[in-house]
Ligand binder design. Structure first.
Ligand code: KIV
Ligand code: ZN
Length: 512
């Protein structure tokens, strides 16, 4: 066990997070997120699972060439072919890690792997030896560790440490553990495993019982020194332990934990907001730390206390996690330099041409909206530059609706594979009419599975942000659109989802 007080933050937003429904990202989006994770100060970025598909491989390779400070980890099953592929993907990274895993619970060994415990020991050792042979640091994860026989878990840890693994991860794969019990398991391993003092013990907790953060904190309190987390807790099923909750738990209770991380806390909210923008899933208002209500005080007694001294009802400040509140940033008369400075402050790198596109969009919005906030600028950057449509693009839309006799209808002009085309359609409402017109124009009829609308800021002139999920056969995709006209935002989101659906590829799931 390492005796220092530093907890290493291993971010798996781009791997375990991205595996969750609706969180799929394109390669460019993953690169943008990886840059933000570097600014946030995470120690390790798990960039993906290179053997899963060609797209995953390319994304991991691109991230490996983009970031320089964090270690770039590639997930690999305990197979020579996966490890070779994983190494190939991260070979150009400045700091590299192979993360290989194998299930160790009786249930998984018998029913999933069809292997005996002795075979699992041999496979784990062979995988680690092969990875160590590549000259990179090696992490081994005992999948379903919390439901494994502790004596067998010790035997596995002994074997993989002897084979050269220097990071041993104890996942609570199905979110089954309880905090005190999980802490006890970590203490037991630290006290029993041969060479435990020479390696770092890590934990990776899922949130099926809502205990992922509690289990992670209990484990680091007990001596684990790597916490595996995702931004906003996105991940398989109920998600993973959330980075912001684990980090702010350690940060807000120094007397209890006496542990530190390398996270730049002021980058927490911008990072979660960027993720929400990319995957098109708004941050829930009640989310701890980052939700809209996390620093809102409604009751009179609380407001009174807050006015006298914020510490009466706030255990951390909004500024500490990078929430500046509703800051008015730009107006109708602001110039290019002001926008340039704001774009840099928001941590985006745009070319002159892209800046011009955003500048024109801000001016256009400022004609209709009085106060342009950070959230508006970020939404316009995503919408106008980073989410540029490829196969299909919306040019003009006009709708008729209301409680008059005529059925709601839409007239739409789009660019389909470079050709300008027009269509009319009716529907049960203006959104239905617009979507029907899009379907006629592109000759597809995807099923609309989800539709969410959210106002980006307050005020009746706020920009609307629409997220949709569509399905075509087995493939699903999420699309997002932003506009101060909500029918436009809805249609942009639908077209964005269709663009993304056109590029979907098959992946193998990360199991053995
Ligand atoms: O949940 C899990 O066990 C995992 C492993 C691959 C670490 O994601
Ligand atoms: Zn996991």
């Amino acid at each position: 066990m390492s005796d220092d007080s530093r907890v290493y933050i291993f971010d798996t937003t781009l791997r375990d997070g991205e595996q969750s429904p609706g969180a799929t990202m394109t390669r460019e989006e993953k690169i943008r997120m990886a840059r933000q994770l570097e600014t946030l100060g995470v120690d390790i970025i798990e960039a993906g699972f290179p053997a899963a598909s060609e797209g995953d491989f390319q994304s991991v390779a691109a991230i490996a060439e983009t970031v320089t400070k964090p270690v770039v980890a590639a997930l690999c099953r305990a197979l020579v072919s996966d490890i070779d592929r994983g190494f190939e993907a991260i070979k150009n990274a400045k700091r590299r890690r192979i993360h290989t895993f194998l299930a160790t619970s009786a249930l998984h060994m018998e029913h999933k792997l069809g292997k005996t415990p002795e075979q699992v020991l041999e496979m784990a050792e062979a995988a680690v030896r092969h990875a160590v042979g590549k000259g990179v640091e090696v992490q081994f994860s005992a999948e379903d560790a919390s439901r494994s026989d502790p004596a067998f878990l010790v035997a596995v840890c002994d074997r993989v440490i002897a084979a050269g693994a220097t990071i041993i991860n104890i996942p609570d794969t199905v979110g089954y553990a309880q905090p005190a019990e999980f802490a006890e398991l970590i203490r037991h391993l630290l006290g029993t495993v041969k060479g435990a003092d020479k390696v770092t013990f890590a934990v990776h907790c899922h949130n099926d019982l809502g205990l992922a953060v509690a289990n992670t904190l209990a484990a680091v309190h007990a001596g684990a020194r790597q916490a595996e987390v995702t931004l906003s807790g996105i991940g398989e099923r109920a998600g993973n332990a959330s980075l912001e909750q684990v980090v702010m738990g350690l940060n807000t209770r120094p007397n209890y934990y006496n542990l530190t991380t390398g996270i730049v806390t002021e980058e927490i909210f911008p990072s979660c907001r960027r993720l929400a923008g990319i995957i098109g899933q708004p941050i829930p208002p009640y989310a701890p730390i980052i939700g809209r209500n996390a620093f809102a005080h409604e009751s009179g007694i609380h407001q009174h206390g807050i006015m006298k001294d914020r510490r009466t009802y706030e255990i951390m400040t909004a500024e500490h996690i990078g929430r500046k509140g509703a800051v008015v940033v730009l107006g109708k008369h602001s110039g290019r330099h002001a926008l340039d400075a704001k774009v840099k402050e928001l941590n985006y790198t745009l070319t002159d041409d892209e800046l011009k596109i955003v500048f024109d969009a801000v001016k256009e919005l400022a004609d209709r909206k009085q106060r342009i906030l950070d959230e508006d600028i970020e939404a316009l950057i995503l919408e106008k530059v980073l989410r540029r449509p490829d196969h299909y693009a919306l040019k003009h839309l006009s709708v008729h609706c209301g409680n008059v006799e005529l059925a709601p209808s839409a007239v739409l002009e789009m660019e389909v594979e470079g050709q300008s085309v027009r269509e009319y359609s009716s529907g049960s409402g203006p959104v239905d009419a617009a979507f029907n017109a899009v379907c006629k124009l592109v000759g597809r009829k995807p099923e609309l599975e989800e539709f969410h609308i959210n106002a980006i800021t307050g005020g009746t002139d706020a920009q609307g942000e629409v997220t949709v999920r569509v399905r075509e056969g087995n493939a699903t995709s999420v699309g997002r659109g932003v506009h101060d006209d909500v029918i436009m935002a809805s249609t942009l989101a639908f077209i964005n989802a269709l663009n993304r659906l056109a590029k979907k590829e098959d992946r193998i799931c990360p199991q053995l």
